[in-house]
Write a protein that binds this ligand. Structure first.
Ligand code: SAM
Length: 264
């Protein structure tokens, strides 16, 4: 019997697998957020093993190998389609692992550095994730993480609210929830940065196409069943227009970047 968590995880994996080929061309926001995350990484460190959690197409996995050429660098992802694509795009010096970030296939205290950009928001169980990270990190080891906060896509969420009562936009954990789960697992906060990225689109369909191309369209369980009616879409478009700025329709992403350490 499959549980609802397993069903929802397989929906996430399928959605990202389908998006593997279109992801890189539509992922400017992801590029910006991951590039900012590199600024939190220790420059003088020489970790033996580095793991990119939720590595997707492997863009940042390759960059990690450039920063830490001596390290064994591995990309880990739930979506087999993403892993296949990443493997085909990168040199054989990188390793790829199919696994769930809430149940890591690593021995206790075996990893010096985890990197994870925009995967944590897919976690169904933050305490399980951070407990696993703590277990697998070597004492003194670090995890650099970027994830999304609850204000993300508020324009789209508020516009949908004027159309119907269903959940159309993924819901994201608040900073305090993330901090509490990390702290309870025993991880110490070295850095925490809050920020906001605003993208602009000519039309609403440009935003929804992009969300689909990066596999990030809504997989919440309370989402509206079936197709979205034409009338609803017209209403949604009209509501969203109220947010229009000279640069276009804004889509706000609330971002948390953090560097956490397993104490020595
Ligand atoms: C938005 S993409 C980010 C990819 C890459 N880090 C980047 O910044 O371009 C999120 C990735 O997390 C993966 N993911 C989602 N849930 C996961 C889980 N439970 N375990 C491992 N990977 C997961 C997805 O398959 C997807 O490839």
């Amino acid at each position: 019997m499959t549980t609802s968590v397993e069903r929802s995880k397989s929906a996430v994996a399928e959605s990202f697998s389908r998006a593997a080929k279109s992801y890189d061309s539509a992922a400017q926001l992801q590029r910006d957020i991951g590039t900012d995350l590199f600024k939190l990484l220790p420059v003088n460190a020489s970790p033996q093993t580095v793991v990119d959690i939720g590595s997707g197409t492997g863009f940042f996995t390759g960059k990690l190998k450039q920063v830490y050429p001596q390290a064994m660098v591995c990309g880990l992802d739930l979506a087999q389609g993403m892993l296949r694509y990443a493997r085909s795009q990168h040199p054989a010096s990188l390793a790829w692992l199919g696994a769930d970030m809430e149940s890591l296939p690593f021995a206790e205290a075996s990893i010096q550095l985890f990197f994870s950009s925009l995967a944590l928001q897919w976690s169904e169980d933050l305490p399980a994730f951070f407990t696993e990270i703590y277990r697998a990190l070597a004492p003194g080891g670090l995890i650099a993480l970027a994830t999304l906060g609850p204000n993300t896509l508020f324009e789209l969420r508020d516009s949908w609210r004027q159309v119907d009562g269903f959940t159309h936009v993924n819901q994201f954990a608040h900073a305090e929830e993330v901090r509490a789960a990390a702290g309870q697992a025993g991880l110490q906060e070295q850095r925490w940065v809050n920020g906001e990225k605003v993208m602009h689109y000519d039309a609403l369909r440009d935003l929804t196409h992009e969300l689909k191309a990066i596999g990030a369209h809504n997989v919440n369980r309370a989402r509206a069943p079936g197709l979205t009616g034409r009338e609803k879409l017209i209403k949604l478009r009209t509501s969203y227009e109220a947010y229009r700025q000279p640069a276009g329709l804004p889509a706000t992403y609330e971002v948390y970047w953090m560097l956490l350490q397993r104490p020595e």
